[in-house]
Design a protein around this ligand. Structure first.
Ligand code: NAP
Length: 248
């Protein structure tokens, strides 16, 4: 028997990068996966096709998870198709980096609504479904930047620090109902999000990573699977740092 047999998982931004690896890993462990995405339908369909080609089950659902109405419809649709939700991974996220003197209020707002508001909205919908079952696991993808800070990312760091506070508060609220809430803080991971960083920045990041390499999306996906599983049944309210030792 696989870890997540009979479980339904929803991964926001589950179509590309870290989210795609999480979708594939949960599916490989037996979960039926709802792959949420915003714009890139082809990437979402590719992820679903990869899952089904390996004998798994998945559906792609488009929704802007920063929008309350779209999140409500997303969860309604998930419930109509699969009837339940056992695992929620709040992974969707963006950056709009700049030094504060150059950053526009709009860059702050869109990063906050996409990274933090979306997480709160999806947690609220999932909590309703999971509390009823008195079971479930929510995993929020934050960042080491939310713990250590990073010049040029005041908006992003604040949104990711907010996710850590949200995670701890919701873990306290939902623990009596049998629902666990944890966060994962990745370091530098090779995805589209980090592809445009200059060679200088990447070189400096590599020097700061004791394990001597950038993270792969699969490194994060394995940690998500652990926290979502019964192996972590006594763990809630925690932030697991997965960064090759960069921040310690
Ligand atoms: P990515 O490759 O840029 O992928 C982002 C994903 O989020 C895509 O599937 C995208 O969908 C989706 N998305 C963006 N805005 C959305 C919205 N409003 N509604 C629904 N989906 C939305 O990013 P990544 O590097 O994999 O990052 C994934 C998460 O890990 C983010 O929360 C990021 O902050 C965090 N993280 C990343 C790193 C890193 O080094 N890469 C480090 C620490 C933390 P579309 O393709 O349809 O637009």
């Amino acid at each position: 028997m696989t870890l997540f047999e009979g479980n339904v998982a929803l991964v926001t931004g589950g179509s590309r990068g870290i989210g795609r690896a999480i979708s594939l890993e949960l599916a490989a462990q037996g979960a039926t996966v709802i792959v949420n995405y915003l714009n890139n339908a082809q990437a979402a369909e590719d992820t679903v096709a990869a899952i089904t080609a390996s004998g798994g089950e998945a559906t792609a659902l488009q929704a802007d998870v920063s929008d309350a109405n779209q999140v409500n419809s997303l969860f309604k649709e998930a419930k109509t198709i699969y009837g339940a939700l056992d695992i929620l991974v709040n992974n969707a996220g963006i950056t709009r980096d700049n030094i504060i003197m150059m950053m526009k209020p709009g860059d702050f707002d869109i990063v906050h609504t996409t990274n933090l508001r979306s997480c709160w909205l999806c947690c609220k919908e999932a909590a309703r479904m999971m509390m009823r079952k008195r079971a479930g696991s929510i995993i929020n993808i934050t960042s080491v930047v939310g713990i250590a800070g990073n010049g040029g990312q005041t908006n992003y760091a604040a949104s990711k620090a907010g996710i850590i506070g949200l995670t701890k508060s919701l873990a306290k609220e939902l623990a009596p109902r049998g629902v666990r809430v944890n966060a994962i803080a990745p370091g530098f991971v090779e995805t589209d999000m980090t592809a445009d960083l200059s060679d200088d920045l990447k070189g400096a990041a590599l020097e700061a990573i004791p394990l001597g390499r950038m993270g792969a999306p699969e490194d994060i996906a394995k940690a998500v699977a652990f926290l979502a599983s019964s192996h972590a049944s006594y763990i809630t309210g925690q932030t697991l740092v997965v960064d090759g030792g960069m921040v310690m």
